[in-house]
Every structure is written in structure tokens, then in C-alpha cells.
Design a protein around this ligand. Structure first.
Ligand code: PA5
Length: 420
């Protein structure tokens, strides 16, 4: 992974960076001290090591669903859904149905979506993975009830007992009780890991394995950034990222745009927004995390980014090479004048677009931080996941908020309950 902050150089002074690095190092040290004291919510820090004994079991259960089902319904919301989807969407073939087909539900209350999915599943052998730490989240609970009922009616209770897996608290909660009562297989959401930090536990690993991807490589990538125990000096890139985004925030850059140049990373941006938004947006503070996919969004939001209010900076994920290569084809008539580019691959043109965009946006007053990975695969996604989780927790500490709670989410839930 290459971490490049040159796109922010003209927006911050060297002594500001130095001071912010000190603050970030102290925040990281205090996180490590909390972990060593056994404080709650920090289980994700060592998950890349701690999950290893459970991998065989996860893979075994995943292959049962893979081999037996035409479709698997992943039921969950927020941190119980976005991490798995981010990885699966980044790795899956872009065209043609994958086998088994992976469907997501329980992440909204959109009635027509649920009904269309239910119709789509009629006559199919399908599986369900229901993920909810609390076991009581309304969106997930409604969807789980709909699809569990459909499965029992169409395929039988015995089939359901074998093809429903629940990932939840192993001691309490409605989902735990349903699973226990019906004999569904259960995996744990570790009680010292909150939803948005849980992708490297069974919460993310089981769905990713069901979709057919290599969770051992994902964990290996994450383990590469499991460095806090080696001392904060080993975490240079993370410290730099945290320091820089916090200085930019203090200088009025209130919005951090997660930028990709490959639509396969779109859901990674969704996961990243949830991680940072829920962790930092509290007590009247926090960068607003947003995401764009270029070059597509240069033709919509690009105008704003170049010349609108100057409250933005960009965190760009750059992918150095694709799976395939294609050159621009030559034509005899060359009416579109593209023959001059015909010895370039489309990937090279995309990389020049990225360079041109970075230069233009810096000139327009938008700093950037560039994180480059060699290619999109399980290992590098695992690295990115752990990098951002650690950066987010350290950044929250530096901002002076609790990066592990989300009290603000309760307000809308209470209103729904009252209104119903
Ligand atoms: O990150 C979080 O803690 C939240 O986004 C939760 O993951 C989300 O609200 C779902 O909660 P639960 O897993 O309890 O259904």
C-alpha cells in the first residue's frame, strides 16, 4: 500500500503536521492502553489474530450454503451488513449471476423491494444468513420474519433448520432465542466488538465465504496492519492519515470525500461512510463522510468539487492494476480521433484521469490524501479495512468523542416505536 500526502502539502504547514502527529500518537497510545486494560469495545483490534481458530467452522458452514443453495439472503443493516457487501461487491464478477446468487435484505423497510425479492425466490432453494448483534433491529427483524416464514412454508421446517444461520450475541437477544428454539446454527458477534468494527469477525467473514471469496487472505491483509502492539512507530501511515484529516477539519475542510476510480469500490465507500459517520459524528463534532465514484461523478458532482464551497478534501483510493488489460482499438476512419490513444490501455487512461483530477482539484483548493493498492483482491481489501478501522478509532479519540457508541441512532427508533 502506498500512502501519499503530497496532495495536501500546500494546505498545511510542516509544524502543524508535526503537532497533529503528536496528538495522533497520544490517541493511539491511549487506545492501546485501553485495550491492554481490557476495556470494552476493543476486541476488533486483535481480531485478525483471534478469529483464526474459528475460520474452519466458518468455511464449513459457508460451503454447505454454497453447495446447497441457488441463492443466499443476507439479512442485516449498518455494521451487520455493509462490510461483507463492500468486499463481495468489490470482488464479484460485474456481469452475469454469481453462484449462489447473493441477495441483501433487512437494510431498509422498502416494501416493494422485499416483495420482489420474495417473488424472485419462489421455487428456488435458498439459504438465509441473518446478522444482528442486538437481535432486535426492526429492519432486519421484519425481513428475517418474512423470509424465514417463506422458507418454512415452501421448503419445510427441516430444510430451514439446516439452511438458516444466525450471527448474533451468543447469550441473549431475540435472534439468539429464535435460533436456539429452531436449532439454527449460530455464530458469535463478539460482545467486545461493535457493529461497524465487526467485518473481520463472523459478521463479515461468513457472508464473504458464502460468496466464494478467500477469507484467509482477507484476514492476512488485515493482520499486516495489526501493528499497535508493535508500538505506535509501526503505524506511521495511520498516524499520518489521522493527523492530516484532523488538521484539515480544523482548517474548515468539514467534508471528507472517499473517492474511487473503479465502481467495484462503491460499496467500500458505503462501509467507510458508516464507519466514520457513526464513530465521529457526535457532540456537535466530526467530519461529514461522503463518497464519490470518478470519473462517473465528475460529470455530476465534479463541478461542485472544483468550484463550489471550499469545505472539502478527498481521500482517494487508487488501484494500480486491474485483472485484465484492453487497449483502445484502432479504426480506419478515426472519426472520433481516438487512434492517437490506441497504444494506451483503458486502465492507463483511467490512471491519467486520476492524476489530472488530483492536480485540478488541488488547484481548485481541494487537498487530497492518496492511498494506492496494487490491485483489488482479498488481501488488499483486508489491509484497507483494518487501516480504516484503526484510523477511525484513533481519530475519534483525537477528536474527543467516543468512537464506539452511536447514541444518536436511538432517536429515530424511538419515534418509529411511538408512531406504530
Ligand atoms: O455499527 C453499528 O453499531 C450499527 O450500525 C449496527 O451495526 C446496526 O445498527 C445494526 O445493529 P444490529 O446488529 O444490532 O442489528
Amino acid at each position: 500500500m502506498i500512502f501519499d500526502i503530497s496532495g495536501s502539502a500546500k494546505f498545511v504547514e510542516a509544524d502543524e503536521i508535526q503537532a497533529a502527529r503528536h496528538e495522533a500518537i497520544n490517541a493511539m497510545q491511549s487506545l492501546v492502553d485501553d485495550y491492554e486494560r481490557g476495556e470494552n469495545w476493543l476486541g476488533w483490534l486483535s481480531i485478525a489474530a483471534d478469529i483464526r481458530p474459528t475460520i474452519d467452522k466458518i468455511e464449513k458452514s459457508a460451503s454447505l450454503l454454497r453447495n446447497d443453495c441457488e441463492a443466499v439472503v443476507m439479512c442485516g443493516i449498518g455494521g451487520s451488513y455493509l462490510g461483507a457487501r463492500a468486499v463481495i461487491e468489490a470482488l464479484k464478477p460485474q456481469f452475469g449471476a454469481a453462484e449462489p446468487e447473493i441477495l441483501y435484505v433487512g437494510n431498509s423497510l422498502a416494501q416493494d423491494y422485499i416483495i420482489e425479492m420474495s417473488n424472485h425466490l419462489k421455487g428456488k432453494r435458498f439459504g438465509i444468513v441473518c446478522i444482528s448483534k442486538s437481535g432486535t433491529t426492526l429492519e432486519t427483524a421484519v425481513a428475517f420474519r418474512v423470509f424465514r416464514t417463506q422458507m418454512e412454508q415452501e421448503l419445510g421446517k427441516e430444510y430451514a433448520a439446516k439452511h438458516i444461520i444466525c450471527i448474533t450475541d451468543l447469550e441473549k437477544g431475540a435472534l439468539h432465542d429464535i435460533a436456539q428454539m429452531n436449532g439454527y446454527e449460530m455464530f458469535e458477534v463478539p460482545n467486545n466488538i461493535g457493529g461497524r468494527y465487526s467485518v473481520l469477525s463472523a459478521v463479515g467473514l461468513l457472508p464473504i465465504a458464502v460468496a466464494g471469496y478467500d477469507i484467509r487472505q482477507l484476514i492476512a491483509g488485515a493482520f499486516d496492519f495489526y501493528r499497535p502492539h508493535r508500538g505506535v512507530e509501526a503505524c506511521g501511515e495511520i498516524i499520518d492519515y489521522v493527523a492530516l484529516r484532523n488538521i484539515l477539519y480544523r482548517k474548515g475542510k468539514k467534508i471528507e470525500l472517499f473517492v474511487d476510480f473503479d465502481p467495484r469500490l462503491r460499496f467500500f465507500g458505503e462501509w467507510w461512510k458508516q464507519l466514520f459517520g457513526e464513530s465521529e459524528g457526535k457532540d456537535g463534532k466530526g467530519l461529514f463522510p461522503a463518497s464519490v465514484s470518478y470519473t462517473t461523478d465528475l460529470h455530476s458532482l465534479g463541478q461542485y468539487v472544483q468550484q463550489g464551497e471550499r469545505h472539502l478534501f478527498e481521500t482517494i483510493i487508487s488501484v494500480e492494476r486491474g485483472k485484465y488489460e484492453m487497449e483502445v482499438p484502432r479504426t480506419k476512419d478515426d472519426l472520433d480521433k481516438l487512434n492517437r490513444y490506441s497504444w494506451y490501455t483503458i486502465g492507463y487512461i483511467n490512471s491519467m484521469a486520476e492524476k489530472g483530477v488530483r492536480m485540478a482539484h488541488v488547484d481548485g483548493g481541494v487537498p487530497n490524501i492518496r492511498i494506492a493498492i496494487p490491485q483489488i483482491n482479498e488481501y488488499h481489501l483486508g489491509q484497507l479495512i483494518y487501516f480504516f478501522e484503526l484510523a477511525c478509532a484513533v481519530s475519534g479519540k483525537m477528536l474527543g468523542v467516543n468512537p464506539f457508541d452511536q447514541p444518536g441512532v436511538e432517536a429515530y427508533k424511538a419515534n418509529i416505536k411511538k408512531l406504530l
